[in-house]
Write a protein that binds this ligand. Structure first.
Ligand SMILES: [Mg+2]
Length: 190
C-alpha cells in the first residue's frame, strides 16, 4: 500500500498499556510480557498505511534498579522482531530511564522524548497523533500540540484525569489505528 505522498506521516505510541499490558511492577522480561488485545493488528495496519511509528515510554524500572539498559534493549529487540513477524514495524523506541523525582526533562508528562524524536526525524510533533493510556501521555501530547488518543481497554493503566480530556478515547490500539488512518488520509491529505 502506498501513502498519498512521498512524505510518510509519523505517529507516537506509548508502550505499557498500549502495546503490552500495563503491570504495576513493570514489564521487565519476555515472561512478563502480555500483548494488549488488538495491538499487533493495529501496528500492522499503521505500518501498511505508511506510518512511521515512534514509541515513547517511561521505564522508571531502570532508575529503581529493577531493570538494566541491556535487559530493556534485549526485551525491545524481541518485541520488534515479534511485531515485524506480524507485519508491523516500529521506527525507533525512545525511553526515559528516570523516576518522576529525578527531575529529568524526558519523564512523561514532560515532552522531552517527543521533542527528541521530532528533532531526530525532522517532523513537526503538532501534526501527529499520540496513542497512550495515561494522563501523562495526554499531557505530554498537549505540551507539543500533538493529538492525544487515550486507550482505555483491559490491560491499560486506567490512569485518567478528567481535567485532561483526550481528543479521542478507544478500547485498543486497533481502533486507534483505524481512527488515525481515516482521519489522516481523509481530513489531512499529506
Ligand atoms: Mg502506559
Amino acid at each position: 500500500m502506498t501513502t498519498a505522498s512521498a512524505t510518510r506521516p509519523f505517529v507516537f505510541l506509548d508502550r505499557d498499556g498500549v502495546i503490552n499490558v500495563d503491570r504495576k511492577d513493570y514489564t521487565k522480561t519476555r515472561d512478563e510480557w502480555v500483548w494488549m488485545p488488538g495491538a499487533l493488528e493495529g501496528l500492522r495496519l499503521l505500518t501498511e498505511a505508511g506510518f512511521r511509528i515512534i514509541v515513547v515510554t517511561n521505564q522508571g524500572c531502570i532508575a529503581r534498579g529493577l531493570q538494566t539498559e541491556e535487559g530493556l534493549r534485549r526485551l525491545h529487540e524481541w518485541m520488534l522482531a515479534e511485531i515485524e513477524r506480524h507485519g508491523g514495524r516500529i521506527e525507533r523506541i525512545y525511553h526515559c530511564p528516570h523516576r518522576t523525582a529525578d527531575d529529568c526533562d524526558c519523564h512523561k508528562p514532560k515532552p522531552g522524548l517527543l521533542l527528541r524524536a521530532a528533532g531526530d526525524f525532522g517532523f513537526d510533533p503538532s501534526q501527529v497523533f499520540f496513542v497512550g493510556d495515561s494522563w501523562r501521555d495526554i499531557e505530554a501530547a498537549r505540551q507539543v500540540g500533538a493529538r492525544p488518543i487515550l486507550v482505555t481497554g483491559i490491560g491499560s493503566s486506567g490512569h485518567s484525569d478528567p481535567t485532561l480530556p483526550p481528543e479521542h478515547q478507544v478500547p485498543s490500539l486497533l481502533e486507534a489505528a483505524n481512527l488515525i488512518i481515516t482521519q489522516t488520509h481523509c481530513n489531512d491529505p499529506l
